[in-house]
Design a protein around this ligand. Sequence first.
Ligand code: URP
Ligand code: ZN
Ligand code: ZN
Ligand code: ZN
Length: 471
Amino acid sequence: MKKIIKAGTVVTAADTYQADILIEDEKVTKIGANLHDSEAEIIDAKGMYVFPGGVDPHTHMEMPFGGTVSRDDFETGTIAAAYGGTTTLIDFCLTDKGKPLSHAIQKWHKKSADKAVVDYSFHLMISEINDAVLNELPTVIEQEGITSFKVFMAYKNVFQADDETLFRTLITAREHGALVMVHAENGDVVDYLTKKALAAGHTEPIYHALTRPPEAEGEATGRAAKLTALADAQLYVVHVTCKEAVEQIADARRKGFRVWGETCPQYLVLDQSYMEKPDFEGAKYVWSPPLREKPHQEALWNALKSGDLQTIGSDQCSFDFNGQKDLGKDDFTKIPNGGPFVEDRFSVLFSEGVKKGRISLNQFVNLVSTQSAKLFGLFPKKGTIAPGSDADIVIFDPNAERTISAKTHHMAVDYSALEGMKVTGEPVAVLSRGNYVIRDKQFVGKPGDGQYLKRKQFSMNHKAESQTVKM
Ligand code: URP
Ligand code: ZN
Ligand code: ZN
Ligand code: ZN
């Protein structure tokens, strides 16, 4: 099977140029001017951008949370991802204390294997460090190719790990070449503020934000960065929302430590005031960490532009408004945290970022694809368009206009956090390893076609990159 993508503008994290792309079976084999092959199907990409498929480093498909389970599973979630131009996602595998890690991993394989329509991998949550966990980690890294571990510094009495667990995870990760990810909020402070708010009779969604101040995120981010320095390890801070956290990451990087940060589209385009919407609608906008006041958005955009933050994750974790979010009608702490974004991550960043002049086209590709592929051991198989890379390709109409709505999105959830938002730019066709998953804006893929990706160990080559000293 051969395809030639003709006359598009190829955009990678490094370059923008006019070229044809030859795809043979699952791979890109040639890039050049006026490619010919009599056996190849021709895909006309004139006037289109040709991007590497998006890599979403942060999703939660079918994830148990607060007595319910996130609505999108690996089928609806990866279909929605494909519509939005994302061809690889890395989901968080939740572990149970006291049980072998392999149980959790098998559970996640079961959830995903026959369902995914694009390629996927897992991060593993670390909730405790003991001999059993330490003994199992090398197998997880080498056999499962799971080379990133997440530690929660918040969600007290649920997921929260203590500093010893974080520190020992960092040391283990350093030894075995893994990247440690943190959900950085001071869970003890949040817990105290939450109890105080409830005792004072505050039950509305906005109190979710008021009990999780930016300082609690900044403090945890700084603590994690310092423990990383002490362990001489490497850290990736997920869903950064505020300037307090950005400053901690920037400071650590300036000092030469291996620290990276991700933000999410919701924090770039929505703000805390959404949580005050009447009739409990604020619950649609409950994430942890929470949406922030508007000035933080500019801090995040600036950090993406300057390189202080390096990736965009969707943090896809969708719950219906009716029947799930409303578990918290009388108590904001019972609102399931998270929202639907896997479909819109790519196009919102293009529309709000590139079209509005906040980031360059190449920065866009780096943020939505390349940098995540590099950090999580998938590059150059994923994250770029080059001979030898998987033919995961998005043919993107930069001028298409569309209005986001729950009526037309493909996520299995009954609302959109971006209802009514106008965006410019849309994928017209999406290839996953050379096969169409989206063609003429319609899904043509098949559940089960997505493959599990074993990832490479964390490369110390990243060290130099993080040591750029700023004057
Ligand atoms: O609110 C969020 N972010 N829900 C998903 C779980 C997490 O903390 O990433
Ligand atoms: Zn989190
Ligand atoms: Zn009050
Ligand atoms: Zn998350």
